[in-house]
Design a protein around this ligand. Sequence first.
Ligand SMILES: [Mn+2]
Length: 357
Amino acid sequence: MLKMGFRWFGAQDDPITLSQIRQIPGTTQVVGALYDVPVGEVWPLEKIQALKKQVTDASLSLEVIESVNIHDDIKIGKPSRDRYIENYQQTIRNLAKCGIKVICYNFMPIFDWIRTDLAYPLPDGSTVMRFEHQQVEKSPEEMIATVQNNANGFELPGWEPERLARVQRLFTDYRDVDAAKLRANLKYFLDAIIPVCEECDVKMAMHPDDPPMSLFGLPRIYKNRDDMQQILAMHDSPYNGLTICTGSLGENPANDLPAIIREFVSRDRVPFMHVRNIKFTNEQGDFHESAHLSREGSLDMVAIMQALHEKHFDGYIRPDHGRNIWGETGRPGYGLYDRALGIAYLNGIWETLDHEK
Ligand SMILES: [Mn+2]
């Protein structure tokens, strides 16, 4: 059985309710987070307990957190990082007390993920997020302005306005951080937190860089199979794990997703999967997101699920960004309907694979 989950942004910020999530067939997990704790501060136990209670009162489980974001000082390697790492350790302990098993995080400088259009219309009238290489040739500020004007009034995860206001200063801070330095800073972080994870039985699951390529001169260190190997080797423990996001890694057509899944799932280092499709629109690798169904995009979703099935994947999984459809005015990529359709589809593939066995 897949431990199927649905990302939820909390009662304050998400127009989708827990009772709606509860009604999606085969969905038992909520993938949640606290959104009102500033990056770098300790997540208070009472607040996590309150979130946990909301979710369990709705007959759902909360075992995966996405994300506990990492303060830029840790990624840059400033002396102040030690204080933020101590806070992170305490957050892990507090989450463990509430039964959290997996923490998804990313190690991307400045930008959490980048799209150049958040509501690109498809011929069927739905809207999706899109990425055009030409757009990122602009200045970061111009790109941010484009993206924010198009977010339907929602604040996007990792794109907090107060953080983006400091974007110019962040670029200066990251000036001397190349890929080698960023890797060294990740290792420093992992060496400090993985022993706490082992003690608390909480697995870390790093999310790939999205898109998996360097933009605006910023380094990217989780782009492909070799990067994954390096991250795992930095601190060899089953608690130092990876999120495989088929959309993010799939944005580079050179990434062989079924092979990557087979390799790292059989090593038991993939506690969390994000499964979504994307569609390439030209030779330059511009793409837009799509419905999960294989023929709506460029990825072979059956081959992806087959690889997971073959390696007896028993971790947590969720559909990822969907289209905005049926008149829903939700957060770009995170509407109810298309992600629910995604779950039905992924569960259908899985059930078929179970039967064939
Ligand atoms: Mn993802």
